[in-house]
Design a protein around this ligand. Structure first.
Ligand code: GMT
Length: 375
């Protein structure tokens, strides 16, 4: 049994989901897991006596212009490392979580190993900013082990920064109890979607990198040939732009803005196609969730997306910004039932063989074991 601390962003988002699901599975396997986060991770939804939550409390002293989250986190990490005698502190995101972890390791008297998992945005966005570049490099080089969620992210990190550390690729995974194939067509009626209408889905945090306009323009082209509806799930800075474009293209009756949703798997079970046309995407966990439910995907030739979608087997890869190509691929999938069935079956199999939670959790455990035997 190991004692493992986990820090992640506890709100909705792939990195928080992975960190929380990993923690829950590690606890199921007999480890003691300590979440050190700013609020209860939103996916932490089942009781286990071996799971603990330590809240990072922010002080609002008048002398601080901004509450010092990173320092409060480091102080809490050091406290938990000492009190609980943690073996491993696994942080998700170099910036700021690995930085706080390094400080906590220096402060704590008990010896702990730090594992940092890179999820993307810290490298693809923050590491380009000169202010943070050296700090992120330091956090990576000083961690005891570093993992990245795709080969693309690992090599991109090495290209961009002076990395002395080995970066091990450990793919993301899904919760198989939640994401599995099962059609729930009665839900279509609840959303006023006709049984003959195809359902196309996009799920994201509506940041600019997700290219919402490309999703809507691709859907506009699909609609010229296939009676369908587009579900836009999520919320974020580009929501207004997306709504304006939907109005401009007169798609109000065809595009449903569903906002943030908890039961994504149920909405995937009424979907016929998943679109992810991002300009930056280290992995694309939403693709894996869709594939596990048997939904074929069209994604861009960007980041880790081609490592998730097997082109011409589980979906198609289109060039970034080429909405004509994305629409052609989508129409091919939606109008050829034999192709759809084959992509759907292949998608489910691919998740089982390449991204099964058992396999992935084992890789993290082996990494922890390796670090602890080198103590
Ligand atoms: O996509 C986002 O903006 C959210 C971000 C997060 O913190 O969850 O997602 C990143 O981590 C996910 C889990 O590893 C990956 O599936 C996403 O591809 C990655 N996002 C980007 O690289 C933009």
């Amino acid at each position: 049994m190991k004692k493992i601390g986990i820090t992640c962003y506890p709100s909705v988002g792939g990195s928080g989901i992975i960190a929380t699901e990993l923690g829950m599975l590690l606890a199921e396997k007999g480890n003691e897991v300590h979440f050190i986060t700013s609020s209860l991770p939103f996916r932490l939804n089942h009781i286990n006596p071996r799971i603990y939550f330590h809240e990072v409390e922010l002080s609002h002293y008048p002398v601080f212009q901004y509450p010092p989250y990173d320092l409060a986190l480091a102080a809490k990490m050091a406290e938990v490392i000492n009190r609980e005698k943690l073996d491993i502190l696994h942080v998700h995101y170099a910036m700021p979580h690995a930085i706080s972890a390094l400080l906590a390791r220096d402060i704590a008297e008990h010896k702990v190993k730090i594992v940092t998992t890179l999820h993307g945005t810290d490298i693809t966005v923050l590491a380009i900013d000169d202010i943070f570049k050296n700090m992120i490099t330091h956090a990576i080089n000083q961690s005891d082990a570093v993992t990245a969620v795709s080969n693309h992210l690992a090599s991109h990190t090495k290209q961009l920064l002076k990395i002395k550390q080995d970066i091990q690729v450990i793919y993301n995974f899904i919760n198989e109890q939640e994401y599995y194939p099962k059609r729930l067509d009665f839900i279509k009626q609840q959303y006023d979607i006709k049984s003959n209408e195809k359902v196309i889905v996009h799920i994201s945090n509506f940041r600019k990198v997700k290219r919402l306009p490309d999703i809507i323009r691709t859907f506009y082209l699909i609609l010229q040939q296939v009676d369908s509806k587009l579900l836009l799930i999520g919320d974020g800075p580009e929501c207004g732009t997306a709504m304006n474009l939907v109005k401009e293209l007169k798609l109000e009756q065809k595009v449903l803005f569903l906002g943030k949703q908890k039961n994504i798997s149920e909405l995937l079970r009424i979907s016929d196609l998943k679109l992810l046309l991002s300009e930056k995407e280290s992995f694309g966990l939403v693709l894996l969730e869709a594939m596990a439910c048997g939904v074929p995907c069209v994604g861009t030739n960007v980041g880790g997306i081609p490592e998730v979608i097997d082109h011409n087997q589980t979906g198609f890869i289109a060039e970034l910004g080429d909405t004509d190509q994305a629409a052609t691929y989508a129409i091919e999938i939606l109008t050829n039932q034999t192709l759809w069935n084959s992509f759907s079956n292949n998608a489910v199999k691919r998740v089982e063989t390449h991204f099964h939670s058992k396999q992935i959790v084992k890789q993290y455990e082996q990494l922890y074991d390796c670090l602890l035997t080198s103590l």
